[in-house]
Design a protein around this ligand. Sequence first.
Ligand code: BDR
Ligand code: CA
Length: 319
Amino acid sequence: EEILIVDCDTGIDDALALLYLLADPSVRIGAVTTVFGNTDPETAALNTLRVLELAGRPDIPVAIGAPHNLRGNRHLAPDVHGEDGLGNTHLPVPAVAPIGEPAAELIVRTARENPGAVHLLAVGPLTNLAAALELEPELPRLVKHVTIMGGAMMHPGNVTPAAEANISNDPEAARIVLRAGWPVTLVPLDATMTEAITEEQRQRLADFGSPVTTFTAAILDLYLDFYAKNAFGERKAACHDPLAAAIAVGDVEPLLAPIVPVDVETGDGPARGTTVADLRGQYRGFPADASATVRVVLKTDRTFGERLVERLCGAEETR
Ligand code: BDR
Ligand code: CA
């Protein structure tokens, strides 16, 4: 049985990813680890515990990870995710506390105890995964799969002209993780920016009125504002992290996802944090690179917003 470890910077869309997964009883989440990014890792852990409590799963352990990137700095995103990381909904402090074990150690221990069973779903900066690789160089052989939300291939960046936030927050870590030779599915902005949740869908979540959908509608309020002002010009927002979660558990089948070499620019120029996928083979008879291990999701069917609403309202067919 596959054990999912979700590494995240909860975060509005991180919360959506967790709630999406938690709504499917067949998905086994072994632990959640947190990293700086949308907020600091302690706040991300508190937010994760709030979400787990709401979904009735306070038993899932939450471990705190890296407070900054491998260079020792960080940039948080209260403008996108709110001062509390959850759209300024300021939910009460959860009853359960994070565990004492550091995130990278938890990842390594779980992989050693369950060789071939762990699927890492990383939807924040990749600092914890890089730290885990440093602790256990055999990790790529112990882990079953790694699914990452991050990067921008042919799509513009979202924090700089070319770089996406999760990669830009720690390009050195991203390079280590993408070069580790393990099987990776990378879900970049090319896919996530076309999978939006709309104001109409948010309204349906609010109307449904369960604790989970009421909370989801509340955290989406600020997120839709941000995306209306900064991206779409109307109240809808990108489903970055929940799309990666759905792909990780096989609910969404990518329509275009070549396995190609991917690297990260770590220089200090304007391309810092840019992901470079070798997509030349997509357009002509370019020889495939048999050593590539990263599957880059470039296209999905653009129905994910609806799928997310149905899942959270429990209306989806039971599998
Ligand atoms: C990614 O950055 C974070 O703000 C989101 O949670 C998502 O993981 C999108 O670029
Ligand atoms: Ca995230």
